[in-house]
Design a protein around this ligand. Structure first.
Ligand SMILES: Cc1cc2nc3c(=O)[nH]c(=O)nc-3n(C[C@H](O)[C@H](O)[C@H](O)COP(=O)(O)OP(=O)(O)OC[C@H]3O[C@@H](n4cnc5c(N)ncnc54)[C@H](O)[C@@H]3O)c2cc1C
Length: 458
């Protein structure tokens, strides 16, 4: 008989792992929602628009029901910081790219990457290679298409905790659903509830109902300036390259005090700062996810300039113009004081914020950008630093540090939960660093790695 694996959460990582293990194990996925819908009330947080715009989601596919599927690799330095041996990890990145793109599509994107590097990697910056496949994939659907096989059982309900095997009794997952609390029995447990869901399951499984799950980090994002650039500027050329099936966007990366900042240029109509200030600045992306929100429609009507610029960006027409908004995403440090606080009988809270040290690093990196491209930038208007209005980028990371066994390699120990035999974590919560990269591609690569290690135990 096959050994049993119970997977908590059918998001990006849970979906991939379920399909990769389906032929070697008897797989059950426990997902808290039957329907695709945003999650607004699992964690309290007053900052970063964590609960006021779509930031994470539930239902088969999890947050990938709403994501943009922009793909970036961590560089070797960041992998090292994350506790992942870079050389050993390259094959898993290859599998992750192939999960999303065909060989030919990948080759097209890599050609654009090489051209972008050749165009601008001569000064203090390096290039972030972001690939946006035209088709936005729900990863539950994509994983089932890529890795068909034996049936996967899906149980709907909220996992309260994992009870490992002990004293001759088997291990199980405790699931709160329509029929009360039920059990899913299993030999192995993969916890893939996301960077905010997983620490809660881990802490409760270990009886730590008041735990502080430290080390949370994300990629704070803010519009910081508008620029007018020379008509023949190479910045224009690298900001968006269209291939047959994807867009390739070069971000420009600076490292200050071992924290990275990436600068992206977004097309603008003119130098007015209204379109990049206030809540309407991300409006089209917000409305796409939440089209019937009267509040958001009102915001939209109040800032038509932001709408026009968003259309320029979405249609790529604006990348021929001379005006651009400067969008930055920063790296954060996994601090012992930033994380998810559990409170018995209450909703957990997250104290997400940008520290003065992080802000100083981002500010200096932006200065480096203006200095390096001084000849390309004809005019600039910079928002004063105190009014850089950072928003959470939904790359929830780092919150399982204190629960997982050890950093420093990619063996099973990297994923294993201390004191919870047979339990492994695979999602953003095990990332100890995430550079400037949207973490989805790295999480898929980690999923391939964990599946390979699990198969050896089948
Ligand atoms: C609007 C938006 C755009 C984004 N764009 C990008 C992008 O372009 N590129 C990129 O790399 N990333 C992007 N992201 C982030 C990306 O979607 C996430 O990093 C990724 O989905 C995380 O995968 P995960 O498996 O950790 O968690 P999720 O995909 O969030 O899945 C977690 C799943 O676990 C379930 N769950 C949680 N707790 C429990 C429990 N106790 N019991 C049962 N089920 C549970 C949830 O319902 C959910 O289905 C974006 C996010 C958003 C919101």
């Amino acid at each position: 008989m096959k050994k049993r694996v119970a997977i908590v959460g059918a998001g990006l990582c849970g979906s991939l792992l379920a399909t990769l293990l389906r032929d070697d194990f008897q797989v059950t996925v426990v997902e808290q929602s039957r329907k695709k819908r945003p999650l607004f009330d699992d964690v309290d947080c007053d900052t970063g628009e964590l609960n006021t715009s779509i930031n994470r989601a539930q239902g088969l596919g999890g947050t990938t029901n709403y994501w943009h599927n922009a793909l970036i690799e961590l560089d070797d330095h960041d992998l090292d910081k994350a506790g992942i041996e870079p050389r050993g990890f390259a094959p898993y990145y290859q599998q992750a790219w192939k999960f999303f793109l065909s060989e030919r599509e990948l080759a097209d994107c890599n050609r654009a990457w090489d051209a972008n590097r050749a165009a601008i990697e001569h000064g203090t910056s390096t290039v972030a290679h972001m690939v946006l496949p035209q088709a936005r994939h729900n990863v539950w659907n994509l994983a089932n298409k890529r890795h068909p096989g034996a049936d996967i059982d899906v149980v709907y309900g909220h996992v309260d905790r994992i009870v490992p095997a002990a004293d001759g009794a088997g291990g199980h997952v405790e699931v709160r659903g329509r029929d009360g609390v039920t059990r899913v029995e299993a030999d192995y447990f993969l916890i893939c509830g996301g960077g905010l869901g997983t620490p809660v399951v881990l802490a409760r499984s270990l009886g730590q109902d008041d735990a502080f799950c430290a080390g949370y980090h994300d990629h704070p994002m803010a519009y910081v300036a508008k620029v007018k650039i020379r008509p023949d500027s190479k910045l224009k050329q690298v900001s968006c390259t269209a291939t047959m099936s994807a867009e390739v966007r070069a971000g420009i990366i600076y490292d200050t005090a071992d924290l990275k900042t990436v600068v992206y240029l977004r097309p603008a109509i003119d130098m007015r700062l209204g379109s990049i200030s206030g809540p309407a600045r991300y409006i089209l992306s917000d409305l796409r996810n939440d089209p019937f929100s009267p509040k958001k429609i009102l915001q939209l009507l109040g800032n038509l300039e932001a709408v026009r610029e968003a259309i320029l960006f979405k249609t790529r027409a604006g990348f021929r113009g001379d005006y651009y908004s400067v969008l930055i995403l920063g790296e954060q440090t996994p601090l012992p004081t930033r994380g998810v606080q559990l409170r018995k009988g209450k909703r957990p809270t997250l104290n997400w914020h940008v520290t003065p040290e992080e802000l100083a690093s981002y500010e200096q990196s932006v200065d480096k950008f203006f200095a390096e491209f001084a000849d390309d930038i004809l005019e600039r208007k910079v928002l004063p630093t105190p009014s850089w209005d950072f928003r959470n980028a939904a790359h929830h990371s780092g919150t399982a540090h204190q629960f997982v066994a050890r950093p420093g390699d990619t063996s099973l120990d990297f994923f294993a939960v201390k004191d919870l035999p047979g339990a492994y974590v695979c999602d953003g919560s095990i990332l100890r660093a995430a550079g400037i990269a949207n973490s989805g591609l790295t999480l898929v690569a980690l999923g391939y790695r964990l599946a390979e290690l699990m198969r050896a135990m089948a």
